[in-house]
Design a binder for this molecule. Structure first.
Ligand SMILES: *Cc1c(COP(=O)(O)O)cnc(C)c1O
Ligand SMILES: [Zn+2]
Length: 437
């Protein structure tokens, strides 16, 4: 197929325009797409985006494709694959402020990316990645995944009618994610080893067998993921929050967020930049360690974590692939990175769940990280903060029930009611409810 796309591929290291890899910087150099951005076109774009909110047409109703001038300009609309992804809720549950340490003047918004069609933000990049892979003639698409990318790929590949193959670490993905991936009919290859090994394998296999690779090193995935930020800003009337906090594993999401903010700023859609915080799990925190050591004036190399471990399986990644892009975005946004323990993640998850909003464990790292940054005086208590909840509560039912039952190793049982067995009579029920009546 011969389609004219307006975005050009560039090398992130030297900035040069490239075809497939950078001849000067080598095949390892990360690449990014640059859509044409005309400063001054902001007002017309804002008008277009808000008109599309009223439209009934599929691509306009998608919270990704609504912003298509910034994502895949020039892609013919009949090549768009969509499940009306995005359009996720923005919540402001006031009683989370106290948990996070924010004052009543502070504002905490939760952008719930778990409300995407397959229950995680991965759908935003996947709909774009799949559309372009098919436009470019892929016959089979593939990814490595800790679970959510595979759920998303499986769904979109099925919808588009193209075979999907996913490489997952055996025994390390949650039951909700495995169920989705199998049900949508992707070929699941379980690899004995970590996500990082599965990632290496899928890259080799894609090059060798000509599979369309749909991990976030695929620059189109990043373009689609920018829409989390665009939609968040749109939800806020293009008013910029002071901070955006998000969980980080492979670092694709922070790369997309930073890119979206830079582009929105260039276009004049926003008049200032927020600060950002990447939150990692303590057992899988190579990026947080690197950023912290640089903040202390050390100049060491980035060190991978050979044996990542955390209850938050979506961020159980020791060798993040988008580290160069993430470093650049953090510098530009005066961002920070930190790590939190599994106990802190689960306590934060319980607080988000108890608001009636709920999320998967990795997502709650953002709230656990926010709590730390407020306590440390980095984020002022009266700040306006947007936290990205990356995945849905139902993604990992075993961890949630295990937490409330007190059966997770090393994690204290929460106070509160949880579940209990009752006898089949009103006396027993009355006793169980005595404190409520
Ligand atoms: C993928 C994912 C992350 C991590 O995003 P990266 O782009 O890998 O940093 C966090 N939370 C959930 C639920 C995810 O699915
Ligand atoms: Zn280069």
């Amino acid at each position: 197929m011969n389609i004219e796309l307006a975005s050009q591929l560039h090398c992130v290291r030297c900035g040069g325009e490239v075809e497939t890899t950078c001849g000067d910087c080598g095949p390892e150099a990360p690449l990014e797409l640059r859509p044409p951005l005309e400063p001054g076109s902001g007002p017309a774009l804002l008008e277009l985006f808000s008109q599309r909110r009223l439209s009934r047409r599929g691509p306009d109703r998608s919270g990704v494709w609504r912003y298509r001038e910034l994502i895949a300009p020039g892609l013919p609309e009949d090549l768009i694959v969509t499940r009306m992804e995005g359009n996720t809720g923005l919540y402001e549950p006031r009683h989370l402020n106290a948990f996070a340490g924010l004052s009543s003047q502070g504002k905490l918004y939760l952008k719930h990316e778990g409300e995407n069609p397959t229950g995680s933000f991965k759908d935003r990049g996947m709909c774009v990645g799949i559309s372009l892979a098919i436009a470019e003639g892929a016959k089979v698409v593939a990814c490595a995944s800790t679970g959510n990318t595979s759920s998303s790929l499986a769904s979109y590949a099925a919808l588009a009618g193209i075979p999907g193959v996913v490489f997952v670490p055996a025994g390390k993905i949650s039951s909700g994610k495995l169920a989705q991936t199998v049900a949508y009919g992707a070929r699941v290859l379980e690899v004995e080893g970590s996500f990082d090994l599965a990632m290496r394998l899928v890259e080799e296999a894609s090059a060798h067998f000509g599979l369309g690779l749909l991990n976030s090193i695929n620059p189109w995935r990043v373009e689609g993921q920018k829409s989390i930020c665009l939609e968040l800003l749109d939800d806020l009337g293009w008013e910029v929050p002071d901070w955006i906090v998000l969980p980080s594993g492979n670092l694709g999401n922070i790369s997309a967020l930073g890119k979206a903010l830079r582009e929105a700023h260039t276009l004049g859609l926003i008049d200032r930049l927020p600060r950002v915080a990447c939150v990692q799990a303590a057992g899988a925190s190579p990026f947080a360690r690197y950023v912290e050591s640089r903040a202390q004036g050390e100049t060491g190399e980035f060190m991978i974590e050979p044996d990542p471990e955390t209850v938050a399986t979506a961020i159980r990644i020791g060798a993040p692939r988008s580290v160069e892009k993430a470093i650049r975005e953090l510098e530009h946004l005066q961002g920070t990175a930190l790590s939190v323990s599994d106990a802190e993640i689960l306590a934060a998850k319980a607080a988000v769940d108890a608001c009636g909003v709920g999320c998967e464990p990795a997502s709650a790292a953002s709230i656990a990280g926010l709590k730390r940054l407020v306590a440390a005086g980095v984020i002022p208590p009266d700040a306006t903060v947007a936290a990205i909840l990356t995945g849905h509560l139902l993604k990992d039912p075993d961890t949630t029930v295990g937490y409330h039952d007190g059966t997770l190793p090393g994690i204290p049982r929460p106070s509160g009611l949880g579940r209990q067995t009752v006898e089949a009579n009103l006396d027993s029920i009355g006793a169980a409810l005595s404190d409520l009546l």
